[in-house]
Ligand binder design. Structure first.
Ligand code: G6P
Length: 608
């Protein structure tokens, strides 16, 4: 999704801007652009459709050199991907980049058109550029004009602006979309994601809603939404451990799949005791408040939603608490019945997903006992706004298709299940068993990763396929859903997941020799039921691909079964995720798609 980078320095900023944009590429975008103030104080704007490399080529032909600049990667919302719609947008000596959506752009466009402004794009952002220019005409003080502009905007934005009249200053503001200020020595930066700036700094100030700022080479001045000066603390970026390079791997996704043992190990470190879980991680009053939780609501999007669905099985079966799981885009717009003593959990890799964040904000007025964010990004909006936070330590996840963020979320949710048991003083044996099972996970995942060559061979079967079914039962049903999501995201094969017992209520009609049916068949209490379902598929000529426990007798057709180690049932959904990730990855290779940046998708969906 859209990305912003801005720099004010005493050297040419274009290389820093371009490197920042390259680091944001993983988020998904369709065009890119920069605006740089030249030494003679005139703005040079260069934009290109396609990847950042296209922008670089255009810049070779039309260089933009200067000490102040802003840059943007655009993911089209208003207006198709085209150079004239790419940011920055300009008006009367100023340039603006914007993430988010200006909801009242239509009336503003009409007003500005009546005032004589001519629009060259279909974007909501150009409205902001002209509005800013108009306010600056009324009030020739750039900060006041900037504030007057912000006061007219409805919707979500992270904005950055430069003006030919103030070649030392970079202005920015945040409302509903993430923005950070980076501190350098003798230079200052902004970005929509700290990752964009890690090549120049690891020190960041995170803006609050309504904050706006003016940056110079000496630092920044910040104001809150009431225009009062504020300080936001400088924080060191915490994701140094797992590197941003692809290393020996062909794709980030593959690297991230293989990082899972380490990511899970990092997530577990500091939250497990010898045979119990450390609840103090949630804060001093966590024990007593967790003990009074009677209900749980989990809200999330995409892959994170699937993690919530698995947790429901764990929480209801082990703790006996009712647990409801919902996608954030639905939850935020409905009337929610919240029983007394309900804990709201939001799950998110990025902590910036617009619907999940809006759901958390909506939940604040719904009478929840407390809100908990389980998230992979320490400084994210979700983490800052929830009452409690539990950080997964997956490290930066670059591939759009989420992998290690998902399995570390599951680990955090199993920790939470154990914590809920423990604070109730119940089932110490179960807690100890969960802790032991969690500790075994990194080594078990290493064993499953070793199956990659066999899974790669199976992937060839999908070369000419257009559809696939994924089946699972119990907590492995959401794992089947996650497997189907991975396959469709990166290979563009239409994939659907079914609870295996539902097969005969419709999807069986689709089964023939052209329909691969992937099933997750661990050795659990539902195995015999699942085997019957697979027989139904086999009888109709369906192509069975089965991931089964090594102790299980032939659950699928000959040669189509991949064997996984036998493990404690509770961690089985985590383990069975791994081969499905590898399968999707290798099918995408067979199909020749852009694995890390699948078409039309964004890593972090910061607009509704
Ligand atoms: C996008 C990503 C998915 C992700 C979802 C939720 O759709 O492409 O991989 O699962 O957003 O993101 P979050 O950061 O909230 O987990």
């Amino acid at each position: 999704m859209c990305g912003i980078v801005g720099v004010v320095a005493q050297r040419n900023v274009t290389p820093i801007l371009l490197e920042g944009l390259r680091r944001l590429e993983y988020r998904g975008y369709d065009s890119a652009g920069v605006a740089v103030l030249a030494d003679d104080n005139h703005l040079q704007r260069v934009r290109a459709v396609g990847k950042v490399v296209e922008l670089e080529r255009t810049l070779e032909a039309t260089p933009a050199v200067g000490c102040l600049g802003i840059a943007h990667t655009r993911w089209a919302t208003h207006g198709k991907p085209a150079e004239h719609n790419a940011h920055p947008h300009v008006s009367d000596g100023l340039a603006i980049v914007h993430n988010g959506i200006i909801e009242n752009h239509s009336p503003l466009r009409r007003k500005l058109t009546d005032l004589g402004y001519v629009f060259t794009s279909e974007t909501d952002t150009e409205v902001v550029a002209h509005l800013m220019a108009w306010h600056y005409r009324q009030t020739p003080d750039l900060l006041t004009a900037f504030r007057n502009t912000l006061a007219e905007l409805q919707g979500a934005y992270a904005l950055a602006m430069v003006h030919e009249d103030e070649p030392q200053n970079l202005y920015c503001a945040r409302m509903g979309s993430p923005l950070v200020i980076g501190e350098g020595s003798g230079e200052s930066y902004i970005a929509s994601d700290p990752l964009a700036l890690l090549q120049v700094t690891d020190r960041f100030r995170y803006l609050d809603e309504g904050d706006h700022a003016r940056l110079t080479v000496d630092g920044c001045t910040l104001w809150d939404r009431q225009h009062s000066p504020v300080e936001r603390p400088v924080k060191r970026y915490q994701h140094a451990a797992l590197s941003l390079d692809k290393g020996e791997y062909r794709h980030y996704m593959l690297k991230e799949i293989f990082e899972q043992p380490e990511a899970i190990g990092n997530t577990l470190s500091g939250i497990l005791g010898d045979n119990h879980v450390l609840t103090a991680i949630l804060g001093p009053d966590a024990e007593s408040r967790l003990a009074s939780v009677d209900n749980i609501h989990i809200v999330a999007c995409g892959t994170s939603y699937h993690a919530g669905l698995v947790a429901r099985y764990w929480i209801e079966s082990q703790v006996g608490l009712p647990c409801q799981v919902e996608v954030a885009s639905e939850y935020r717009y409905r009337t929610v019945a919240v029983p007394a003593n309900t804990l709201l959990i939001t799950l998110s890799q990025s902590g910036e997903t617009a619907d999940t964040l809006a759901a958390l904000r909506f939940a604040k007025d719904q009478g929840y006992l407390a809100t908990l964010a389980i998230c992979n990004v320490a400084g994210s909006s979700l983490v800052r706004e929830a009452d409690w936070r539990l950080l997964t330590q997956a490290g930066p996840e670059i591939g759009v298709a989420s992998t290690k963020a998902f399995t570390t979320q599951l680990v955090a949710l199993l920790w939470l299940t154990s914590a809920l048991l423990q604070v109730r003083g119940r089932a110490a044996d179960q807690v100890a068993a969960n802790v032991a099972a969690l500790r075994q996970l990194p080594a078990l995942i290493d064993q499953v990763l070793a199956l990659e060559p066999a899974i790669a061979a199976l992937a060839e079967r999908f070369a000419n396929k257009h559809h696939a079914l994924f089946l699972g039962r119990g907590p492995h049903y959401p794992i089947a859903m996650e497997g189907a999501l991975k396959l469709k995201e990166i290979s563009y094969i239409h994939a659907e997941a079914y609870a295996a017992g539902e097969l005969k209520h419709g999807p069986l009609a689709l089964v023939d020799e052209n329909m691969p049916v992937v099933s997750v068949a661990p050795s659990d209490s539902l195995l015999e039921k699942l085997k019957s379902n697979l027989e139904e598929v086999r009888a109709r000529g369906g192509q069975l691909i089965t991931f089964a426990c090594e102790t299980v007798e032939q659950p699928g057709a000959d040669g189509d079964t991949i064997r996984l180690p036998q493990v404690d049932d509770i961690i089985s959904p985590i383990l069975y995720t791994i081969p499905l990730q590898l399968l999707s990855y290798h099918v995408a290779l067979v199909k020749g798609t852009d694995v890390d940046k699948p078409r039309n998708l964004a890593k972090s969906v910061t607009v509704e």
